[in-house]
Structures are given as structure tokens and as C-alpha cells.
Design a protein around this ligand. Structure first.
Ligand SMILES: *[C@@H]1O[C@H](CO)[C@@H](O)[C@H](O)[C@H]1NC(C)=O
Ligand SMILES: *[C@@H]1O[C@H](CO)[C@@H](O)[C@H](O)[C@H]1NC(C)=O
Ligand SMILES: *[C@@H]1O[C@H](CO)[C@@H](O)[C@H](O)[C@H]1NC(C)=O
Ligand SMILES: *[C@@H]1O[C@H](CO)[C@@H](O)[C@H](O)[C@H]1NC(C)=O
Ligand SMILES: *[C@@H]1O[C@H](CO)[C@@H](O)[C@H](O)[C@H]1NC(C)=O
Ligand SMILES: *[C@@H]1O[C@H](CO)[C@@H](O)[C@H](O)[C@H]1NC(C)=O
Ligand SMILES: *[C@@H]1O[C@H](CO)[C@@H](O)[C@H](O)[C@H]1NC(C)=O
Length: 463
């Protein structure tokens, strides 16, 4: 028997079932089996029992089916379980195997890598070894070549040494000779250079000498030129020795040196290097006169300004005024006498003489000084008083409110305006009309003098 318990809601049912194998299947579905009821109550109602029995039968069948199903299920589950277990194990085993395989593959790969590397290294080393051997070979070849070269050079060197020694032997003597010659030449050169330096010194001194000579030559040229100038001067004094020329201070000294011809000569003003050309009268009264003024034919205009009278004008050999500066320097260097010579149209001559005569410098307007008048041209002096200043048309220093130099014409020592003016107008023809501006020497012929010639000249008082 088999017991089966079924739970249905709050009730549970327990079924005790016979073995299937010992039972014959019932066609009418009547249950012959005796069974114990759980509750002793329902006994009377047969229908109920029958339905119960069928239900029971239905249940039994169902249960059988169920059992069959369950058995089948259990079997298949067991098989499944068994299979699953085998499967699981196999999978684990497989997994392990796979793992192992994987690990071994990894190891193999690593090993392969290492092997590859080793192989790589080995091959590289081999390559290097090969290269080294190649290099070594090349070096050996090179060394061999070098050795050969060296041996060749050694051969050549020895050959050259041999030749050199031969040459040394050959030229040794010549060399010695040459050295001795060279020493001789050096000595010669030293001597030559000494000579050269001596010559240079001589050249230097001769250069110096030549510059000295040039300077002397220049000085000589200078002297020659001076001499030439002197000679030129001397031509004017034909009969005088040229050497003493420049020492004459006036015509008296020239006369005393032996010159007796009247003419133009050069004198040197006292206390100066200034030379002046003057006309010397060597005839009148013993000669030696230095001419200050001369009129003879009216060729020179005497109506001039201050500066002309200061510097002098005209021709020395003809009409001229020597110049107030020269007259001042000459007549103040020592005592001079003044001699005035006059000639009229009829040929009458007269003179006025002053034992002492000089004029002051420009700063005193050339004021004049005279002393001791004598002569034939008037009982008394026609010259202005001492102290009278010189006047020209442009410098009025007279004692007149007029301008005497303008009225009377010419430069002169005018007072107001005074009895004389030898620098007036030179009228060439005579006339009866009175003129105020012609040449005048009042105390000889009054205002009627028609002068043909006038001369003012000085000579040292002690001549
Ligand atoms: C037995 O079961 C079948 C199906 O389940 C049902 O049709 C039948 O009525 C049942 N018999 C009884 C007596 O319950
Ligand atoms: C060796 O390995 C280097 C890198 O490590 C690679 O460049 C070279 O090609 C390899 N040589 C060989 C012969 O495999
Ligand atoms: C240079 O002049 C001096 C004297 O003036 C003389 O002794 C010397 O020999 C001169 N030199 C030459 C190179 O003429
Ligand atoms: C004046 O005399 C000088 C000197 O003798 C002379 O050269 C000049 O020609 C004369 N002049 C006149 C106008 O006669
Ligand atoms: C010339 O010089 C001397 C001395 O230097 C002097 O005594 C004399 O007065 C001077 N004469 C004139 C005219 O200047
Ligand atoms: C002026 O004349 C007097 C008398 O004759 C004389 O003594 C004097 O020396 C003269 N003066 C000059 C400078 O000649
Ligand atoms: C000279 O003359 C000028 C005018 O021409 C005058 O000014 C001056 O004072 C004069 N000199 C003397 C010293 O009289």
C-alpha cells in the first residue's frame, strides 16, 4: 500500500491506496476494496456513498495519473539532475581545462616572446660580431697598407739620407768657403754702412751749409738790390761817390762833399730814415741852398689845400712847394737862415735874408719864426711876424675875420692878411688893374710886383 495525503483548504485527506500492479482495472468503476470511514455518521444514504465512491474512484484515477505523472516527473528530474550534475562537473572540468589551457597558452606565448627576444639579441649580436669582423678585416687591410707604406717610406728615407750625406760630403767644403766669404761680405757691409752714415752726416751738414749759403745768398741779393737802388740814386748825383750819399742832411753838406752843380738830390731828414728829394741851388751866394719854394712860369697850381702844403707838391726841377713837414723837420734840426730871391718882368732882382728861420710842427699849424732881416727887397721884412700860423683855403688860421687864403689865394702865413704871399696866382701877362691874389712881396714893389721868379731856400746859419 501507498499512503497519500492531500491538503484541501483547512482539511487534510489521507489516502491509503493498493498496489497498482496487484489490481485489476474496474470497468464499472465499483470499488471492492473495503475502506474505513473517518466519520462514523453517514451510513444510511447509499447514493451518497456511491457518489463518494465514484469521486473516490475519480480521485484514485486522478491520483494514479498524478502518481504516474509524478513518477515520470521524478525520473526525468532525477535523470535531469544526474545529467545536470554531470554537466556541471564537466563544465567545471572544462573550465579548469580551459583555464589550464589558457594559462599554458599564456606561458607558451611568454616563452615564445622571450625566445624571440633571445633570438633577436642573438641575431643582433651575431650581426654585430659580423660587423666587427668586417671592421677588423678592413683595419687589418689598412694596417697592412700602412705598414707597406711605412716600409716604402723607410726605403725612400734611407735613400734620401744616403743622398743627403753624399751631398753634405760634396757641399761641406763649399759651404765652409761660402761662410768665410759671407763673413768677409758682412765685414764689408759694416764698413760700407759706416761710410754711408758718414756720408749721410756729411750730406746733412752740407744741406745745412747749403741752406746757410741760400740764406747768405738771399742776404747778398738783398744787399745787391739795395746797392742797385743806391746806384740809381747816385745817377742823379753823377759826380758824387755813392757810398756817402745817404748821410747828407741838406744841400750844404752835399756842396761841402764837393758837388757844385745845382739840381735834384736826395737828403736824409735828421733823426729819421726818411729820405727826401730836394733841389739844391749851388750857385747863389756860395751855394749850398736847399730850395723850399720855387715859381718860374705858373705851370703849377698853388691854390691848394692843407694836405698838399703839408706833403709838398709840384716838380723839384720846376715849380714846387717842398712840404711843411719837411721844412719843419729840416729847419728845427739846427739853425737855418732863409734866403728869398725875387725877379720881376723887367729882369730886376732882389733878395730878402733872415739869419734865423724855422717853422713849428703841424700841431702849431706850422707857425713861423724869423730873426734878423736884411736884404734888398724892401727896407723891412715883408714876412709876417713870428708866431703867425699857416693858412690854406680849407684851414683858416689867420687873424682876419675874412679868409685870407681864399682872398689872396694859396697857402701862406697870413696875418690880416699881411704884406706878402709868394704862393699867389702867377699871372703871365701884365695889366694895369690891381689884383689882390697875385704873388706879393709888398715892401719891395708894393702891390705892383709882377714876379717872374721867386725862390725860398735855406742854408745852415753857420755855413
Ligand atoms: C470524475 O471526473 C471526471 C473528470 O474530472 C468528471 O467528469 C466526472 O463527473 C467525475 N465523476 C464523479 C462520480 O465525480
Ligand atoms: C629586435 O627587436 C627590435 C626592438 O626591440 C626590433 O626593432 C628589431 O626589428 C628586432 N630584430 C629582429 C631581427 O627581430
Ligand atoms: C760746412 O761749413 C763748415 C764751416 O762753415 C765747414 O767746416 C764744413 O766743412 C762744411 N761742410 C761741408 C760738407 O761743406
Ligand atoms: C715851366 O717850367 C718847367 C721847368 O723848366 C717846364 O718843364 C714847363 O714846361 C714850363 N711850363 C710852362 C707853361 O712854360
Ligand atoms: C735827434 O736825436 C737826438 C738824440 O736822440 C736828440 O738829442 C735830438 O734833439 C734829436 N733832434 C731832432 C731834430 O729831433
Ligand atoms: C742877429 O744880428 C745880431 C746883430 O748883428 C747878431 O749879433 C746876431 O748874432 C744875429 N743873429 C743870428 C741868429 O745870426
Ligand atoms: C690850428 O688850426 C686849427 C684850425 O685850423 C685850430 O683849431 C687850432 O687851435 C690851431 N692850433 C693852434 C696851436 O693854434
Amino acid at each position: 500500500r501507498q499512503q497519500h495525503r492531500v491538503q484541501h483548504g483547512p482539511c487534510s485527506y489521507t489516502f491509503i491506496l493498493p498496489e497498482v500492479n496487484h489490481c485489476q482495472p474496474l470497468n464499472d468503476l465499483k470499488v471492492s476494496n473495503t475502506f474505513q470511514r473517518d466519520s462514523p455518521q453517514a451510513s444510511t444514504d447509499e447514493q451518497k456513498l456511491e457518489s463518494l465512491e465514484s469521486a473516490m474512484e475519480n480521485n484514485t484515477q486522478w491520483l494514479q495519473k498524478l502518481e504516474n505523472f509524478i513518477q515520470e516527473n521524478v525520473r526525468s528530474g532525477m535523470e535531469e539532475m544526474k545529467r545536470t550534475a554531470v554537466h556541471t562537473q564537466t563544465a567545471a572540468m572544462l573550465e579548469m581545462g580551459t583555464n589550464l589551457l589558457t594559462q599554458s597558452a599564456e606561458q607558451t606565448r611568454k616563452l615564445t616572446n622571450v625566445e624571440t627576444q633571445v633570438l633577436n639579441q642573438t641575431s643582433r649580436l651575431e650581426i654585430q660580431v659580423l660587423e666587427y669582423s668586417l671592421l677588423t678585416n678592413r683595419l687589418e687591410k689598412h694596417i697592412l697598407q700602412q705598414t707597406q707604406e711605412i716600409s716604402r717610406l723607410g726605403d725612400k728615407n734611407s735613400f734620401l739620407e744616403q743622398r743627403l750625406s753624399a751631398l753634405e760630403a760634396r757641399y761641406g767644403k763649399e759651404l765652409q768657403e761660402l761662410e768665410s766669404e759671407k763673413e768677409q761680405l758682412q765685414k764689408l757691409v759694416e764698413r760700407q754702412s759706416q761710410t754711408v752714415s758718414q756720408l749721410q752726416a756729411e750730406v746733412g751738414s752740407s744741406m745745412h751749409n747749403s741752406t746757410l749759403m741760400q740764406r747768405q745768398q738771399a742776404m747778398l741779393m738783398n744787399t745787391v738790390q739795395q746797392l742797385l737802388a743806391t746806384v740809381n740814386n747816385c745817377k742823379e748825383i753823377s759826380s758824387v761817390a755813392s757810398g756817402d750819399l745817404l748821410t747828407f742832411r741838406d744841400c750844404a753838406e752835399i756842396l761841402q762833399s764837393g758837388v757844385t752843380d745845382s739840381g735834384v738830390y736826395t737828403i736824409r731828414l735828421p733823426n729819421s730814415t726818411q729820405t727826401v728829394k730836394v733841389f739844391c741851388d749851388m750857385k747863389t751866394g756860395g751855394g749850398g741852398w736847399t730850395v723850399l719854394q720855387h715859381r718860374r712860369n705858373g705851370s703849377v697850381d698853388f691854390h691848394r689845400g692843407w694836405r698838399d702844403y703839408k706833403m709838398g707838391f709840384g716838380e723839384l726841377s720846376g715849380e714846387h712847394w717842398l712840404g711843411n713837414d719837411i721844412i719843419h723837420k729840416l729847419t728845427t734840426s739846427k739853425d737855418y737862415s732863409l734866403h728869398i730871391l725875387l725877379k720881376d718882368r723887367e729882369g730886376n732882382e732882389a733878395f730878402s735874408n733872415y739869419d734865423r728861420f724855422y717853422i713849428n710842427g703841424e700841431e702849431n699849424n706850422y707857425s713861423l719864426y724869423t730873426e734878423n732881416y736884411s736884404g734888398t727887397a724892401g727896407r723891412m721884412s715883408s714876412l709876417a711876424h713870428s708866431g703867425t700860423q699857416f693858412s690854406t683855403k680849407d684851414r683858416d688860421n689867420d687873424r682876419c675875420t675874412c679868409r685870407c687864403a681864399q682872398l689872396a689865394s694859396g697857402g701862406w702865413w697870413f696875418e690880416a692878411c699881411g704884406p706878402s704871399n709868394l704862393n699867389g696866382i702867377y699871372y703871365s701877362s701884365s695889366t694895369s688893374t690891381m689884383r689882390y691874389n697875385d704873388i706879393k712881396w709888398y715892401y719891395w714893389k708894393g702891390s705892383k710886383l709882377m714876379a717872374a721868379m721867386t725862390t725860398m731856400m735855406v742854408r745852415p746859419t753857420n755855413f
